[in-house]
Ligand binder design. Sequence first.
Ligand SMILES: Cc1cc2nc3c(=O)[nH]c(=O)nc-3n(C[C@H](O)[C@H](O)[C@H](O)COP(=O)(O)O)c2cc1C
Length: 219
Amino acid sequence: MAKTADLPAFEATAFRKALGNFATGVTIVTTNDAVGEPVGVTASSFNSVSLTPPLVLWSLAKAAHSRPAFTESGHFAIHILTVDQEQLANRFAMSGADKFRDLGWDEGQLGSPILRDHAAVFECTTRHEYDGGDHIIMVGEVVAFEARDEAPLLFHGGQYAERIVREAGTLSGAATEAGSAVDLIGAAHAAVASGAIEPEQLAEALDAATLAKLARLLP
Ligand SMILES: Cc1cc2nc3c(=O)[nH]c(=O)nc-3n(C[C@H](O)[C@H](O)[C@H](O)COP(=O)(O)O)c2cc1C
């Protein structure tokens, strides 16, 4: 069995893969930046901590573009995503992108943007920030929440669980239809963003001609 203390660098991929065996939900965590603009990231590191006081946690990569917004605002809102919000999860997993474009949201009690669709939302005051290696562990005290009777989006092994079921059924073949190609590219992006696979592994899975064609297509 691998010991973490002397984990060789080349085992990092195996470590990530092992962690991916833990199934989670998917959240979007939002706050405001220094000029009041909405900021958000997709995060699966959410967990409950305490009932009294009501505490929850999630961890933010130190390298995240949104790090200053989250560490300086003093508040955040955690949205648990529904099963049909996979595309939104992929959008908020893109670093620095214009994530709130054409998206309806309202200002929460503490100022964080509240997305209109979700399975639950928790509005939090930032209570503690702990150093967690390449992440910051953010602990929030919940000041308000709302829950709806919606099926949650699940994530496992670097993929959305719905996708695993879908691919086992109707999409068992290669991405021959336009829709399935778009789905596969979305899933590949999510797997890289969540750390389940390395960007190099993705590049290796696509031959040079395909990569060149894709690059020419993009605006
Ligand atoms: C399913 C999934 C779960 C993720 N979980 C986390 C997480 O818990 N913490 C984190 O910092 N990034 C997580 N990410 C990656 C961030 O969403 C991604 O790095 C994002 O680009 C950060 O945005 P920013 O650089 O604009 O701040 C996750 C991505 C996906 C697709």
